[in-house]
Design a protein around this ligand. Structure first.
Ligand SMILES: C[S@@+](CC[C@H](N)C(=O)[O-])C[C@H]1O[C@@H](n2cnc3c(N)ncnc32)[C@H](O)[C@@H]1O
Length: 379
């Protein structure tokens, strides 16, 4: 059991620098992501006195300090002459999404990356996101866009996200505690919000050019967007909904509210595995077929012997119970006990790919739409 499972504190001690800004080496107090395996990535705060415990062994944080991010840390497995290893990675929105403490369902990178490019997100963008949830997409937005206005109506989740964004130095996020479906998106000084109001201002000037709604009822929030979106440019919205009935209802309201170019998209990502396959000669293939035939024949004979032995056992009441056993190893064209490593320079290889049969990336339908509030003022 890894140590972060005991708690979800991901507060780095180096709070003056964002753990998401680039660094070369692992330092005391850093938030680092430990890659144990592809689906086991754990956030840790580097502390020289601590150990990172896995079922394969314990890794001292001390052994990580001073090494480059991405380094492999190896330990000898207790009582065995083998090594276990982990990689220590610097946080990125992509890795954070795979390792974050889940408070809700989250948006994963195949969707978030597609949505951001469809909404033309750039450092010039001001984006609205509701709800914040576990802050997975918020981290991706924060890296790309100029400013993110994020809204969450669940008070505990709001507080947790507030603390997390502060710990991670995501100063371009304004988080507001709000039910956007009933109260809209305007951020006022009297609201529970992290917004820093300039002197004299009583409400934030939002002028968003992109909107992302991950809500159970986006159709209630859509009519309230006009107040906070930019009036003089093309604004994009994406609604993230798991059911087609929700898509239907959202589209009806988007049309009513003057949004156009409506499109529904589903991301069907599949992993392609790339590896090298040994080029075999025709003689090898023929020998393999002959071996299959030979083993089939041997199997028939062995079964017959076993059957005879059972009958004999029954007759002698189990006194002669030594029965023929099946051979353990199969045909190996390189000789018994030989293992050829992929890419071994003594053999010829070709590059092959295999696509996984299942689609694992579908989480929701993405409904996109665009709107220009005041066409006469488009810049
Ligand atoms: C599925 S989660 C969002 C996950 C988020 N996109 C992420 O990547 O981590 C939906 C969140 O929306 C919040 N929510 C639902 N209705 C809301 C509303 N009317 N106003 C604000 N937040 C709302 C929920 O409390 C929940 O935390």
């Amino acid at each position: 059991m890894e140590e972060m499972e005991k708690g979800t504190n991901t507060s780095p001690m180096n709070s003056s620098i964002s753990p998401f800004s680039y660094r070369d080496t692992i330092q005391e107090g850093d938030l680092a992501l430990v890659w144990v395996s592809r689906d086991n990535i754990k956030p840790i705060i580097i502390d020289a006195k601590q150990m990172f415990n896995t079922r394969y062994g314990s890794f001292s944080h001390k052994s990580m300090i001073g090494k480059q991010y991405g380094s492999q840390i190896a330990i000898r497995t207790k009582g065995q002459n083998r090594f276990s290893f982990i990689h220590v990675m610097q946080p990125s929105p992509e890795l954070w999404t795979l390792s974050l403490p889940h408070r809700t369902q989250i948006v994963y990178t195949p969707d978030s990356s597609y949505i951001m490019q469809r909404l033309n997100c750039s450092p010039c963008s001001t984006v609205i996101e509701a709800g914040t949830g576990s802050g997975s997409f918020s981290h991706a937005f924060a890296r790309t866009v100029g400013h993110l206005y994020s809204y969450e109506f669940h008070s505990v989740r709001y507080e947790q996200a507030l603390q997390e964004f502060k710990n991670h130095g995501l100063s371009n996020i304004t988080l507001t505690h709000r039910d956007v479906c009933s109260d809209g998106f305007t951020v006022k000084k009297s609201d529970p919000t992290s917004h820093l109001f300039p002197e004299g201002a009583s409400q934030a000037t939002i002028n968003a050019n992109a909107v992302f709604l991950d809500l159970p009822a986006p159709w209630d929030a859509v009519p309230l967007l006009d107040e906070v979106i930019a009036k003089n440019q093309k604004v994009g919205v994406c609604c993230f909904s798991p059911c087609i009935e929700q898509v239907d209802k959202t589209i009806e309201v988007l049309e009513k509210c003057g949004w156009t170019e409506i499109q529904m998209v589903e991301i069907q990502g599949k992993q392609w595995e790339s590896r090298r396959q040994m080029v075999r000669t025709l003689d090898d293939a023929l020998e393999r077929l002959r071996d299959v035939k030979r083993r089939k024949q041997e199997g028939i004979e062995r079964r017959k012997q076993m059957y005879d032995a059972v009958l004999k056992d029954d007759e002698t009441d189990g006194e002669n119970s030594e029965r023929p056993q099946p051979p353990k190893t199969k045909f190996n064209p390189f000789g018994k006990g030989t293992r050829v490593r992929e890419g071994d320079a003594n053999y010829q290889w070709k590059q092959v790919t295999r696509v996984e049969p299942e689609i694992k990336s579908h989480t929701s339908f993405l409904t996109f739409a665009f709107k220009i509030v005041d066409k006469s003022k488009v810049c």
